[in-house]
Design a protein. Structure first.
Length: 423
């Protein structure tokens, strides 16, 4: 070593620093690589991704290999730096200090920070490439790593820090998976992201959140005159109508209106012919999760159901379209004259129908009306007053100013909501 030229020593030191940087960066790249992307690449035939997943399945062995090689190269570089310092400064008392400071600086810049930053930035691309180097090295050094890990495992067990089985697939909770979808917004169209995000909410909302409230259900009352019944059938914009006598408390069934359009003008078409077309009503317990109800609709070949409480009283009507619209957005034709969208005007207010669902209002206007009680704006206002309010009255609901514009019978028809001040 003493006879080796200085240039050879510097060259050897450079090689050691590069090798140390490679293994230091390998640790960062392997740990920072996205396992879902690696799994996807492996399924598409990428051999590097398959090797990377195999290495990550044995994290203790992988880290043992990387740290073993990194430590050896760092120790060799430190030793070689001492020889170089002695060659340059002789037996000076400053030689050791200068050598220590020099190797520390070199390792920090060239073998630690720079490689780690590069590999962390390009982890998904570098991990498969580095796996081609790490895999054969692991096979060669396996006896040494196995022996070292015996002491590591014993130490971890002593402090009750034994690692879990690293061969198990990484599992994400629904909340974590939803966050992953939201963080990937730049990788997919906004519409696709909205649909995927809505799917995670289907198990957290019930049929009561998406149903049409009882007071807004259009019914076909058989107690009306036959001429009025025919007129309603000819002008109804619904495909199915609940048929009852006087009210939903006397529900007869559901009538598929489209089947009768060709018979409405026939002289032989009477109430008896109409009753023959009525289908039995399908009832849904209140509190049923929307996702479960979607499966029930499919299993029972139904498209419409009446939501009932524990006493059998009808609370509202939910259809297959209501559930689908909950995660794909509105796609059916809206009622004439009824604007489905909500947006603040230039004065910071918006006029809302009393029958509008609170969930829709919260989503469209970015508000926080409570959803654990009434489902509509009208219900929330009535719950607050415990009475029928008069037009012109203003109230504050959860910090949001609301002015009642129009009331009819026992409900609020329209109200003006004012945008709360930004905090």
């Amino acid at each position: 070593m003493d006879d080796a030229p200085l240039s050879a020593l510097l060259g050897a030191l450079t090689v050691l620093l590069i090798l140390s940087g490679i293994f230091s960066g390998s640790e960062t790249a392997m740990m920072a690589a996205n396992r879902f992307r690696l799994r996807h690449a492996a399924q598409n035939g990428s051999r590097g991704a398959k090797l990377a997943l195999a290495l990550l399945g044995r994290t203790d062995k992988l880290l043992g290999l990387i740290l073993l090689c990194n430590t050896l190269f760092n120790a060799a570089a430190a030793t070689l730096t001492g020889y170089i310092a002695l060659a340059l400064f002789g037996q000076s008392e400053w030689a050791l200090e200068i050598g220590t400071l020099s190797i520390t600086f070199a390792l920090l810049i060239f073998s630690e920070i720079s490689p780690k930053v590069i590999c962390a930035t390009h982890a998904d691309r570098l991990a498969p490439l580095l796996s081609f180097v790490l895999t054969p090295l692991l096979r060669i050094a396996y006896p040494i790593i196995w022996f070292v890990n015996l002491f590591v495992s014993a130490l971890l067990k002593t402090f009750r820090l034994a690692p879990k089985n690293t061969h198990e697939d990484t599992r994400l909770s629904p909340e974590e998976l939803r966050s992953l979808v939201l963080e990937s917004a730049h990788l997919m169209p906004q519409k696709h992201q909205a649909i995927l995000s809505s799917l995670f909410e289907l198990n957290s909302i019930s049929v009561e959140d998406v149903m049409t409230p009882r007071g807004n259900i259009e019914i076909l009352d058989l107690e009306l005159s036959w001429e009025e019944v025919l007129t309603q059938l000819a002008t109804s914009h619904h495909n199915r109508l609940p048929v009852c006598r006087e009210s939903l408390d006397e529900l007869v069934g559901v009538l598929p209106v489209r089947r009768l359009l060709g018979n409405i003008g026939d002289a032989e078409f009477d109430e008896a012919a109409l009753l023959e077309q009525i289908q039995p009503a399908y009832y849904i317990p209140a509190g049923t999760a929307v996702f479960s109800q979607l499966a029930f609709f499919q299993e029972n070949r139904q498209r419409t159901g009446f939501v009932v409480d524990e006493y059998g009283e009808i609370l509202g009507l939910v259809t297959l379209e209501d559930i689908i619209e909950e995660f794909v957005g509105k796609f059916t034709t809206s009622l004439p004259g009824l604007d489905q969208s909500l947006a603040w005007d230039s004065n910071g207010s918006v006029i809302v129908e009393g029958a509008r669902q609170l969930r829709d209002i919260n989503r469209m206007l970015d508000l926080q009306f409570p959803l654990d009680g009434p489902k509509t704006l009208n219900g929330l206002i009535l719950e607050h007053f415990q009475d029928i309010p008069e037009a012109g009255v203003s109230i504050r609901l959860t910090g949001v100013a609301v002015e009642i514009l129009q009331t009819q019978d026992r409900s609020v028809v329209t109200a003006r909501i004012f945008r709360p001040a930004q905090r």
